[in-house]
Design a protein around this ligand. Structure first.
Ligand code: F6P
Length: 342
């Protein structure tokens, strides 16, 4: 069997670990051949391939990014996109696909599977907002990067008696903010699921200063104030999946806090630093196990499925269960962080 592999959407640490596991087990256990498709769905759409075998996967386990490249191309937004994909898979002699991606990439995989394309999905996103799986790989790395940043910001904030606002990724879900905020001892964590009250934020800033410590406020890029609750955008232009570019809530919040409390406030935007670089051991472990299970699903003809972590077990679910709805932070989970606010 010839198997195509692609990685789509925003990159994330651990993608290469999945590719390596898929190829290694595919070749040695199942005797498969592989075709690497470049840049997400753009690869099969435009017939852009690269050689993919054990040799190409040597040394990539700890490397961030993806050797296959990525894009946010959506074949369902293009005339004859699906037909073009089918034609290129046939031309390349590809019998089945392993698609590694988040909500958007796996959403395309779900629709293609419904149309009879033989595809299995592997969930990735630093945002950890895919339902069906306890964790996606990439998330742990992002949380560790953010936590290290918060640790560093504590000491400089205290030296200067300043407020430091740390903006982290998280478009609709506040998982990175929540986990890094708890791990880093933030004075407040503001997430998209719970619109914040700026008065309350300022009151907690004041109480934090009264205790002789400087406040660190962790805010997800998609967080919104209770009044005037619009997301803060870098650009309103939409990508092929309809996403606008978020960013700027950190600066907005810092200047509002400074104006209202008279305390000096600065914002730090962690941005793509959270997505780049080497994956943590947990992400390598999870990505590797997802890859091993995905190629077994191909070998068993279990198409239209997605790999999922349930406790410590890797299970297979129908693709729709991972892409149907986003996994958001619940009120109860947020309440755990709130104990430490102020
Ligand atoms: O979905 C992952 C993610 O990192 C989001 O948290 C973020 O909003 C988005 O990608 C930014 O992606 P890019 O800047 O690559 O378009």
């Amino acid at each position: 069997m010839r198997v195509g592999v692609l990685t789509g959407g925003g990159d994330c640490p651990g993608l290469n670990a999945v590719i390596r596991a898929v190829v290694r087990k595919g070749v040695t256990t199942h005797g498969f051949e592989f075709v690497g498709y470049r840049d997400g769905w753009k690869g099969p759409l435009e017939g852009q391939t690269m050689e993919l075998g054990i040799a190409q996967c040597r040394g990539i386990l700890p490397r961030g990014g993806t050797i296959l490249g990525s894009s946010r191309t959506n074949p369902f937004k293009l005339d004859n996109g699906v037909e073009q994909i089918r034609a290129n898979l046939a031309k390349d002699g590809v019998d089945a696909l392993v698609a590694i991606g988040g909500e958007d990439t796996l959403g395309v995989a779900t629709k293609l599977a419904d149309l009879g394309v033989k595809v299995v999905g592997v969930p990735k996103t630093i945002d950890n907002d895919l339902s069906g799986t306890d964790f996606t790989f990439g998330f742990d790395t992002a949380v560790n990067v953010a936590t290290e940043a918060i640790d560093r910001l504590h000491t400089t904030a205290e030296s200067h008696h300043r407020v430091l606002v740390v903006e982290v990724m998280g478009r609709h879900a506040g998982w990175i903010a929540l986990h890094s905020g708890i791990a880093g001892g933030a004075s407040m964590v503001l997430i998209p699921e719970q619109p914040f009250d700026i008065e309350d934020v300022c009151n907690r800033v004041q109480t934090r200063f009264e205790s002789q410590y400087a406040p660190i406020i962790v805010v997800s890029e998609g967080a919104v104030p209770r009044t005037g609750g619009e997301m803060t955008l870098v650009s309103g232009e939409k990508d092929a999946f309809g996403h606008v570019r978020l960013g700027g809530i950190g600066d907005r919040l810092a200047s509002e806090i400074e104006n209202r409390t008279g305390k000096e406030a600065r914002a730090v935007v962690l941005g793509h630093i959270q997505r780049g670089g080497t994956p943590t051991a947990f992400d390598r472990w999870l990505a590797t196990r997802f890859g091993l299970q995905a190629i077994d699903a191909v070998a068993e003809g279990d198409f239209g499925t997605m790999m999922a972590l349930k406790g410590t077990r890797i299970e297979r679910l129908p693709l729709i269960e991972g892409t149907g709805e986003l996994k958001l932070v619940s009120e109860a989970e947020y309440a755990e962080a709130q104990v430490f606010f102020g």
